[in-house]
Design a binder for this molecule. Structure first.
Ligand code: NAD
Length: 341
């Protein structure tokens, strides 16, 4: 049994609590949020005993083996280093961190303390992407030559859902998934990036953040891919995400449309939408989607002492490549990616 604490009781902290509550080998024992009322609400919803407003106090009290870090994108590192120093294994939400210094701090503290870290780059559990990866592994596509991944959000995510979108970026929030997925599908690492960005739509509604990044990636072994990440898909889109991916090898290709699939659409008098049947859905009251699968896998791998499906190093690679993308978009020049952790 893994006793677990959750730090960050927002939208996604609730997702972590839901799966720990139903996992037979997980026992959520503490929840911490600097907004203590949020922590209390999740504790009451899932029957979690201990509530904290301060991570250090929670770590001093102890009573758990692992911690889920579910704070905003730019606020993972201090908590992760404190948890590592307290000897706790961690599931850190994506991205692992948003600065080079913070990546190194987390990697070094975890290695120094011998704790295990998974990062929740959960697109690896998405059924069409898992099928694509299996086809690549089986040699059905041959060697991958080029790829394309569009992973966009409707504007509402930046304007209403996240209170901290201007301190993050669509590259951190969704680009981390695109980059990790492409590196995983190609079985290779990105060594050079060239990105352009545009802004104005979010600025006009008082969210000072770029709208869109269009990025070309070069892999070490010669593959190339393009990545589109935007926060300005109109709110009328059928789905919160706009997800399209295509990969082409020398023997075959795969095309994925994970948002506008034809499995189900729902209509009211004034709108049409695609109900979530893949990510965070429930069937007969049981949590089912791939967002839950990744968290479930964290517990399974801890219990079985197996390697995580997303390692700390995978996530560090994604952050370091995204930092190069930000630099490239700023300079309007290609940038080499150097992995130094
Ligand atoms: N895996 C996914 O695809 C996925 C999906 C959604 C969100 N996320 C990630 O989850 C993280 C949280 O996102 P969210 O939407 O739940 O955000 P949120 O704003 O709803 O919740 C974050 C919570 O963290 C708390 N917090 C901030 N600093 C803290 C601190 N020092 N100590 C304790 N609590 C603190 C805030 O008070 C807030 O309640 C982000 O990194 C986000 O990218 C991942």
């Amino acid at each position: 049994m893994i006793n677990i604490a959750i730090v960050g009781a927002g939208v996604w902290g609730d997702t972590h609590a839901a799966i720990y509550k139903e996992h037979p080998q997980a026992n959520p024992v503490a929840v911490c949020d600097k907004n203590v009322n949020r922590a209390k609400a999740i504790a009451a919803k899932y029957g979690i005993e201990a509530v904290y407003a301060d991570v250090e106090k929670m770590l001093s009290a102890g009573g758990f083996d692992a911690v889920s870090i579910v704070t905003p994108d730019h606020l993972h590192a201090d908590i992760a280093v404190a948890c590592a120093n307290a000897g706790k294994h961690m599931l850190i939400e994506k991205p692992i961190a948003t600065t080079h210094t913070d990546v190194l701090r987390i990697v070094q503290a975890s290695r120094r303390n011998g704790v295990r870290v998974m990062v929740d780059l959960h697109n690896r559990w998405s059924p069409p992407f898992a099928a694509a990866r299996a086809a690549v592994e089986n040699g059905e596509l041959g060697t991958l030559r080029h790829g394309y991944f569009r992973l966009n959000d409707i504007q509402w995510v930046a304007t209403d859902m996240l209170s901290w979108s201007a301190q993050s970026s669509i590259l951190w929030f969704l680009g981390s998934h695109s980059l990790d997925t492409l590196q995983w599908l190609f079985g290779d690492e990105v060594v050079r990036v060239y990105s352009v960005s545009s802004r104005g739509v979010l600025d006009a509604v008082n969210v000072p953040a770029p709208d869109t990044y269009l990025t070309t990636l070069e892999f070490r072994n010669g593959g190339v891919a393009q990545m589109e990440n935007s926060w300005i898909t109109p709110n009328g889109n059928l789905c919160i995400n706009d997800i399209k991916c295509a990969i082409t090898g020398d023997k075959g290709a795969i095309a994925i449309d994970a948002s506008s699939h034809n499995l189900i659409q729902q209509y009211t008098q004034d709108k049409a939408f695609v109900p979530d049947i893949l990510v965070r859905n429930q069937i007969h009251g049981r949590v089912k989607g791939f967002a839950y699968e990744s968290i479930r896998s964290f517990i399974d791998c801890l219990v079985a002492d197996k390697p995580f499906i997303v390692s700390m190093e995978d996530a560090a690679r994604a952050t370091i490549a995204i930092l190069a993308i930000l630099e490239s978009a700023e300079k309007r020049q290609p940038v080499d990616v150097v992995y130094d952790f």
